[in-house]
Design a protein around this ligand. Structure first.
Ligand code: V47
Length: 372
């Protein structure tokens, strides 16, 4: 008897038996199956199935990147209810704006510590023009030509288009010419317009978010994509979100990775005060892996689910842990209990002890070093 048959013969939830067959036959799962998978308590079967798909796609490899986050400013015109990072008033003592020199120094620290990537996300500053954001990219590129600049969410790209009068395509072409390497996936939150009205009323809707990513893909830029879960959304909203991403990926193939972001509940305006639970984190990773059959990688973002859950998630459908990060603000302002940075050696240990083979990767998942 094959290992997979033996393991799945122990499955206990009849509701998911037909889904098991579909997964084993490589069939695409519809909306209803995603919801059933979220509702099952047969968490081990769910994890086994998700891990089966991960290993079919990526073998035993689990990835990490040596990277640094840089948040140039937290001054932001949006007023997202879950966000503890942004400051509407630039005179608030918690508001900050980094100078070009400070940004270059942060990038220099990253390079000196082995980083291949900087991940840049910040606020929509009411007084910064598009040129300021372009300069951030070009000044880093000029000083560190080999560093991959993963910068600016679709929400920021839409803002640049508004303040410059340029189309999404023109904004992205200018950023690419300045040295942009790829787009990060933030700002997706939950696509459901009803939930978005509650948690992020001023933020662009999902159609624009996906249009911007698809435009980037057509210009040869890859991107990642995310989902903020664990607040006021339902399982149905999560599955709907995943399917909209799956449809966009069918069109362009440009998403490298899906990242479920666990809601952090402190210092924000959303009246949801609990962190996500370990089971919900694992289910969300596993269901993502099973629904998003056309995305190669699913990330267990240790910053938001903690190192221990992220490690376990490597056996529940995830094959990537993000990276060293070096300085994290967005999750920590909202109460994240994880460290704000990570040593490469720790990531290697977490991956090895999960029974996987650590691979240091670049932003686009090219292996840099395999730790057999
Ligand atoms: O856009 C904000 C989210 C995102 C909270 O692309 C929150 O590889 C949880 O997108 N609780 C920024 N989440 C981080 C992000 C990201 C992180 C790591 C890797 C990648 C990638 C992307 O964080 C925001 C928003 O969606 N966020 N506040 C909060 N209270």
């Amino acid at each position: 008897m094959l290992d997979i048959d033996r393991a799945l013969s122990l499955a206990s939830d009849k509701e998911i038996f037909p889904i098991i067959d579909k997964v084993l036959q490589g069939e695409r799962l519809p909306f209803e199956d995603g919801v059933k998978l979220f509702k099952t308590n047969d968490i081990l079967t769910l994890g086994y199935l998700a891990n089966y798909i991960t290993e079919k796609k990526n073998g035993k490899y689990a990835y990490f990147v040596i990277n640094r986050q840089i948040n140039p400013t937290n001054v932001c015109v949006l007023d997202c209810k879950f966000c503890a990072f942004a400051q509407m008033d630039k005179n608030d003592p918690r508001a900050y704006e980094l100078s070009y020199d400070q940004i270059v120094e942060k990038a220099r620290y990253a390079v000196e510590n082995g980083a291949t990537e900087v991940h840049i996300v910040g606020g929509l500053h009411p007084e910064w023009d598009f040129q300021t954001y372009l300069n951030i990219v070009s000044i880093i590129k000029k000083n560190f030509p080999n560093l991959h600049i993963k910068a600016f969410t679709a929400v920021e790209i839409d803002y640049f288009s508004q303040i410059s009068g340029l189309s999404y395509e023109e904004v992205l072409i200018k950023l690419k010419e300045a040295g942009l390497g790829s787009l990060p996936g933030g700002g997706a939150e939950i696509f459901s317009p009803n939930i978005r009205r509650i948690i992020a009323p001023k933020k662009i809707g999902y159609k624009k978010y996906l249009e911007i990513h698809k435009t980037a893909h057509r210009l040869g830029l890859h991107s990642t994509t995310t989902m903020l879960y664990g607040h006021v959304e339902s399982y149905e909203d999560r599955v709907d979100h995943m399917l909209k991403i799956r449809e966009a990926q069918d069109e362009t193939g440009g998403f490298t990775c899906f990242i479920p972001l666990a809601y952090q509940p402190e210092n924000n305006e959303l009246p949801v005060y609990d962190f996500t639970t370990g089971i919900d984190d694992l289910k969300t990773i596993a269901v993502s892996r099973l629904m998003l059959d056309n995305i190669d990688h699913v990330k267990a973002y240790w910053v938001m689910i903690g190192e221990k859950t992220a490690q376990v998630a490597l056996n529940f459908g995830a094959d990537d842990m993000d990276g060293t990060v070096m300085e994290e603000k967005i999750a920590h302002f909202a109460g994240a209990k994880s460290p704000t940075q990570q040593q490469k050696e720790k990531l290697i240990r977490l991956i090895k002890e999960a029974g996987k083979i650590p691979v240091e990767r670049d932003t686009l998942y090219n292996p840099i070093r395999i730790y057999e």
